[in-house]
Design a binder for this molecule. Structure first.
Ligand SMILES: NC(=O)c1ccc[n+]([C@@H]2O[C@H](COP(=O)([O-])OP(=O)(O)OC[C@H]3O[C@@H](n4cnc5c(N)ncnc54)[C@H](OP(=O)(O)O)[C@@H]3O)[C@@H](O)[C@H]2O)c1
Length: 252
């Protein structure tokens, strides 16, 4: 009897960074559970992963801002009969406007996807994984979490700090947690938010394929913080030593 393949659950697996995680985990021998809102797109990704990598793929349509739908994903992670070995909390989006201009309902939805979903799914995933004594959790944060620029920065600062704390709590359990902090990456992220990026210099852009390969290598090494790209390693190193008043002034 062949050994069962490990399973990875990836949120936001239909586009950008999440799609790359799904592809590279499938290429590395994982079966997949893929989560996003667009059902037709989930089915297309599932067909691609099955055709190209012979992965068994479950589609789990869910809007992570809706509590009952988020709970369905948490229940899937908690199912002892269908263990999930790798959890990638990746789904996310940005709001274009400034905090005071935005509708507070949109801000709450933003917080629910970027923060509450990561909290709930990390809890369900880590409980199930520690009971089995193995597992990997990857929370996709951002370099934006090291600066102070709007609610996106604040949410990503939470994801990074939360994941560092989770990693400490998990030490010795066989389960690891990694906060992945990308900089600007070519995906649908900015276009979806209607944010123009024409003035961002080319050297600041990361390629999702390379980023995810570097991130998975860091996860295998058990790294708690993964900052892909030499330019962003340097920026984050600098942001950690300069006075916060300078960081705030630059963000303004
Ligand atoms: N691109 C960058 O420059 C950059 C930099 C740093 C960090 N990040 C982070 O990387 C992560 C992935 O972003 P990306 O750049 O790959 O963006 P993307 O190409 O726009 O993909 C976003 C994914 O999230 C899903 N999603 C969005 N809202 C959702 C919701 N309410 N419920 C469930 N799924 C939802 C989308 O699918 P549906 O629309 O079908 O739901 C899609 O699969 C995010 O956490 C983002 O903050 C991105």
């Amino acid at each position: 009897m062949p050994l069962p393949k490990p399973t990875a659950l990836v949120t936001g697996a239909t586009s950008g960074i999440g799609l790359e995680f799904a592809r590279q985990l499938a290429a590395g021998g994982h079966d997949l559970v893929i989560v996003a809102r667009d059902t037709a797109r989930l089915e297309r990704v599932a067909a691609e992963l099955t055709d190209r990598y012979a992965a068994h793929v479950e589609t789990l349509p869910a809007d992570l801002a809706v509590r009952a739908e988020l709970q369905r994903v948490a229940d899937r992670l908690a199912d002892p009969d269908r263990p999930v070995d790798v959890l990638v909390n990746n789904a996310g989006f940005a709001l274009k406007g400034r905090f005071l201009q935005n509708d507070i309902a949109d801000e709450e939805r933003h917080l629910d996807v970027l923060v509450r979903a990561v909290l709930v799914l990390s809890h369900a995933g880590a409980q199930a994984m520690t009971a089995r004594g193995r597992g990997r959790i990857v929370n996709v944060s951002s370099v934006a979490g090291f600066i102070a620029s709007g609610t996106y920065s604040a949410a990503k600062a939470w994801v990074t700090t939360f994941t560092e704390g989770l990693a400490s709590e998990l030490a010795g359990t066989g389960v690891t947690a990694t906060a992945l902090c990308p900089g600007f990456t070519h995906t649908e992220f900015h276009q979806r938010a209607g944010i123009r990026m024409d003035s961002t210099p080319g050297f600041m852009w990361l390629d999702a394929r390379r980023l995810v390969a570097d991130a998975l290598a860091d996860v295998e090494k058990g790294r708690v913080l993964s900052v892909p790209g030499a330019q962003y390693k340097a920026i984050v190193g600098l942001l950690r030593v300069v006075p916060r008043s300078l960081v705030r002034a630059r963000a303004r």
